[in-house]
Design a protein around this ligand. Structure first.
Ligand SMILES: NC(=O)c1ccc[n+]([C@@H]2O[C@H](COP(=O)([O-])OP(=O)(O)OC[C@H]3O[C@@H](n4cnc5c(N)ncnc54)[C@H](O)[C@@H]3O)[C@@H](O)[C@H]2O)c1
Length: 397
């Protein structure tokens, strides 16, 4: 059983509380730290939390709690994580881990020096669909992953501080690119080093200093490409899709707008539909179990099980640090308009991984390029001569 201090009383803390307390949970929230007295007290009352404080240090140092869950605006993550590490408590931090790679590194070093359990709350790699898809990829279902594409787009964040670059660390890239980058890493392989990034970032609609849309490419040492597309300008709800292509197969995931639950109503369904839904009439895409579908419930279960076994969870501060470092390279590239190296002073994965995929042999003379059944019913094979390099085709009846 975990005894939790929750930091933050907003959108994500509500989802975390739903996941932690919504079922017949063994875990409990004993203290909540927030910003305003009214908001913090109201959150405590709503979730039956016995103590609350507007002083974050006081909430962190509650002598009865053993775990700190950080659901604060991005610029407060570092201070909160360092405070929790100093208090000797397990610390779980929402995404993005930090507002830069350097800040994320300081957080990683602090938790490791203190020897406390740490988890990076990247819920979207814990969605039931993603967990199953990643396992299939690990089992070899797609062969070698060549390209992973992750897209997150919605009409923009729900609180003022996200829009202020000083407080958030950037726009759609740091806010949503962090999800996409980590999803892609999970499919490509987290021990494969991200080498360099190329990114376009634009401010297409909103009067803000940060980007409200971006597209990025991350090249991995094994030749795979991770592509992310993020936007705060998308209309129609929240578009959460992933596509993975390998030498032997493909996976397409649609997490939000095509969930298998589609409803038309001319009069409305009586309130909240799903995160970032833009209306409550017409065609709707409700979600049955939102904290489960977004991965929050499986995420806490995996993290706390790992903590109790004395093991690392699937997502640690180290992963958050790698993601922030990739984001730094993306911001540099958006400025320089060039590929920029991903600066990773701490790299714990594989090194010197080859990008080669190996060829399929047709016979002693040829490599097989491809084989296709044509409209006339005959099979055409395209071959490459191993010695001369010449391409030839054969039609087999
Ligand atoms: N899918 C996800 O994992 C996901 C989704 C949404 C948000 N987030 C992350 O959660 C964090 C919080 O976002 P949110 O959507 O809950 O924002 P929010 O604005 O809804 O809530 C933020 C909360 O932080 C607290 N707070 C704000 N300023 C504070 C201060 N100076 N001192 C103490 N407490 C303060 C308040 O309790 C406030 O309600 C962000 O890092 C965001 O990126 C993650």
């Amino acid at each position: 059983m975990r005894k939790i201090t929750m930091l933050g009383t907003g959108f994500i803390s509500d989802f975390y509380a739903m996941s932690l307390l919504g079922q017949r949970s063994r875990d409990t929230i004993l203290n909540v730290g927030g910003h305003t007295e009214a908001g913090t007290q109201a959150f405590a009352a709503k979730w039956g939390i016995p103590r609350w404080s507007t002083n974050l240090a006081e909430a962190i140092n509650d002598p009865e709690t053993d775990t700190v869950v950080i659901g604060l605006p991005n610029y407060l993550h570092k201070e909160a994580a360092l405070g929790a590490a100093q208090a000797g408590k397990a610390v779980l931090c929402t995404k993005p881990l930090a507002i830069s790679g350097a800040e994320a590194r300081a957080m990683l070093e602090a938790v490791e020096k203190a020897g406390v359990f740490h988890g990076y709350l990247e819920d979207l790699v814990y969605t039931p669909k993603t967990l199953k898809a990643v396992q299939a990829v690990k089992n070899g279902a797609l062969g070698k992953v060549l390209w992973a594409r992750s897209r997150e787009a919605h009409p923009g964040p729900h609180s003022d501080w996200f829009w202020n670059k000083e407080l958030s660390g950037g726009g759609a890239i740091v806010d949503m690119g962090c999800h996409c980058i980590e999803i892609n890493r999970n499919f490509i392989g987290k021990d494969i080093r991200p080498v360099e990034a190329m990114c376009w970032a634009g401010t297409q609609v909103h009067p803000i200093e940060a980007e409200d849309s971006a597209v990025g490419l991350v090249r991995y040492e094994n030749g795979a490409i991770g592509q992310f597309e993020v936007s705060w300008t998308f209309r129609g709800g929240m578009d959460l899709r992933d596509e993975v292509t390998g030498t032997q197969g493909t996976i397409w995931l649609n997490h939000w707008l095509r969930t298998g639950f589609e409803m038309f109503t001319a009069v409305g369904q009586g309130g909240y539909v799903a995160e970032k839904a833009e209306g409550e009439t017409g065609w709707l895409f409700p979600v049955g179990d939102e904290p489960g579908s977004l991965g929050y419930t499986p995420m806490f279960a995996e993290m706390f099980d790992a903590a109790e076994r004395g093991a690392l969870p699937m997502e640690t501060f180290y992963d958050g640090y790698v993601v922030n470092s990739i984001i730094d390279a993306c911001y540099k590239s958006a400025q320089s308009k060039k590929w920029e190296p991903v600066q990773l002073d701490i790299w714990r994965g594989a090194t010197g991984v080859s990008a080669s995929v190996g060829q399929v042999e047709y016979d002693a003379q040829y490599w097989l390029m491809k084989s296709e059944v044509m409209p006339d019913g005959k099979t055409k094979v395209i071959l490459k001569d191993k010695q001369t390099g010449q391409f030839v085709q054969k039609v087999n009846p």
